[in-house]
Design a protein around this ligand. Structure first.
Ligand SMILES: CC(=O)N[C@H]1[C@@H](OP(=O)(O)OP(=O)(O)OC[C@H]2O[C@@H](n3ccc(=O)[nH]c3=O)[C@H](O)[C@@H]2O)O[C@H](CO)[C@@H](O)[C@@H]1O
Ligand SMILES: C=C(OP(=O)(O)O)C(=O)O
Length: 455
């Protein structure tokens, strides 16, 4: 059991527990207030960054989610002490980093995608990195070729004959010119976490610039790194000899904010999402408004609500930042089943992110998934081969059903659908939702949902 109360050695099981189930009596609007903490997609990477320092780091607003448990397990396996000094405050002390035993690392296999980001920091600290098989949502192939190509460009040797991956850097790591084939979030973070301590300058082209990446850059700058974000997705990193610990409050979770906003709309409710901020949600807020949702932006959060009247259909295309984020489309689609007319959601980031719609169809939704995408005059850049489109025709009332959660955001969509539906739904495999939503059952209770959770 680690300091977050999460048994990281069982993390693989935690995210796939078939016995985790929730029984929901739907048809009741969600109303009330919930508080966000730090983003899953930042907090976990900030924890990895602590490994680069020669002194302890303090990270605030860390959510209690299973991905944080997995990263804690990885850090502890490598000798970093992780202590929760107050609720959501982690002190990460890397003074005694040491080689890990294979068994400790292997126990974390299949639980999260973050372990791949340990490569650069471990190569700098130990000259060797053992990485377990990755987990994360099964929403496409999710290869790691950009990561491994970048690490090779820095001078790493990759051994894939190992169970998982083993990397070494017999001659150390040297700055490189890296041009990503696509602005991948993880590969950009890989380059940042490796380049900051590499010898010389790294130029990264076609970088991802998501807000979580900017927050990671802010953390690295606090640690002593020199990173210039230039126009046109170019980032220059000047390697430094050493980095020290940071003190940082994690960026709020904009994906969780968008999820609760969609829940408010789909259940005809009214949710104040404490800690949500406008800047990082601009594109989501535009679509939310176009669909017919209302929001009030306050200093301490955003109130999302259904103002009454019919919802309107939209055409949305997911994209890299500053586009409409892929993680937002799944919860939003539930609200779109209530819109009057035909909505189209193009998914351009992952090739298989509409699997969750099968359950919505079973619940009464009219959704057709076009596996090759469809032509539309409203689209900006039809540039990825793997895009798909979902066509949602509404309004269709939803009714309760027995469904199984396929992935994190799909799972949250199923929760929303069950809450919006008439009658009772039983949803299994809900443990996956704890990968990215802190205390989701407590939040549902605070919002007046009628359910029984057997977690
Ligand atoms: C933990 C975390 O932060 N997860 C987020 C991160 O995932 P993640 O960092 O895994 O997503 P990427 O941005 O890397 O992936 C985007 C696309 O690039 C492809 N790709 C990526 C790497 C690679 O080496 N080769 C390759 O082909 C992927 O298959 C995918 O089609 O960004 C995604 C896109 O905003 C979000 O949906 C995830 O919530
Ligand atoms: C796809 C997601 O996460 P991960 O990259 O951790 O699988 C997500 O958060 O929706």
């Amino acid at each position: 059991m680690n300091s977050l109360g999460i048994d990281s050695s069982k993390a693989g099981e935690r995210v796939g527990l078939k016995s985790d189930k929730i029984v929901i009596n739907g048809g009741k609007p969600l109303r009330g207030r919930i508080e966000l903490r730090g983003a899953k997609n930042l907090a976990t990477k900030a924890m990895v960054a602590a490994l680069l320092a020669d002194s302890p780091s303090t990270l605030k607003d860390v959510p209690t989610i299973s991905d944080v448990g997995v990263v804690t397990g990885m850090l502890e396996a490598y000798g970093v002490s992780v202590t929760e000094t107050a609720p959501g405050v982690l002190v990460l002390d890397p003074s005694n980093v040491e080689k890990a035993h294979f068994a400790q690392i292997d126990a974390l296999a299949g639980s999260s995608r973050i372990p791949i980001l340990f490569c650069g920091p471990l190569l700098h600290r130990l000259g060797e990195a053992l990485i377990p098989d990755l987990g994360g949502c099964r929403i496409g192939d999710r290869p790691i070729d950009f990561h491994l190509d970048a690490l090779r460009a820095f001078g790493a040797i990759v051994d894939k004959s190992y169970e998982g991956i083993r990397l070494t850097a017999p001659n150390g790591l040297t700055g490189a010119l890296i041009d990503l084939p696509y602005p991948s979030v993880g590969a950009t973070e890989q380059v940042l976490l490796t380049a900051v301590l590499a010898k010389g300058v790294t130029e990264l082209k076609n970088a991802a610039i998501e807000p979580e990446i900017m927050d990671l850059i802010a953390i690295l700058q606090k640690m002593g790194a020199i990173i210039n974000v230039e126009p046109n997705r170019v980032i220059f990193i000047e390697g430094v000899d050493k980095l020290h610990g940071y003190n940082h409050r994690a960026l709020f979770d904009r994906n969780e904010a968008a999820s609760w906003a969609s829940a408010a709309l789909a259940t005809e409710g009214d949710i104040f999402v404490g800690g949500a901020k406008q800047q990082e949600l601009m594109n989501f807020l535009n679509i939310f408004r176009k669909v017919g949702g209302a929001f009030d932006i306050e200093e301490d959060g955003i109130r999302f609500y259904h103002p009454g009247g019919p919802l309107k259909p939209v055409v949305v295309e997911t994209d890299v930042h500053p586009g409409f984020m892929t993680d937002w489309q799944q919860p939003l689609i539930v609200a779109l089943t209530k819109a009057e007319g035909i909505s189209v959601v193009h998914e351009t980031v992952y090739e298989n992110r509409f699997g969750f719609t099968d359950a919505l169809i079973e619940m009464g939704a009219n959704i057709v998934v076009h596996k090759e995408g469809i032509e539309s005059v409203t689209r900006r850049v039809p540039r990825r081969r793997l895009e798909q489109a979902a066509v949602i025709t509404g309004p269709t009332p939803l009714h309760g059903a027995d469904i199984e959660v396929p992935d994190l955001r799909g799972g949250f969509s199923h929760l929303i659908a069950a809450l919006a539906a008439e009658g009772q739904s039983t949803i299994t495999n809900v443990g996956i939702i704890s990968r990215g939503y802190e205390n989701f059952a407590d939040k549902l209770a605070a919002l007046g949902a009628d359910f029984v959770y057997e977690g």
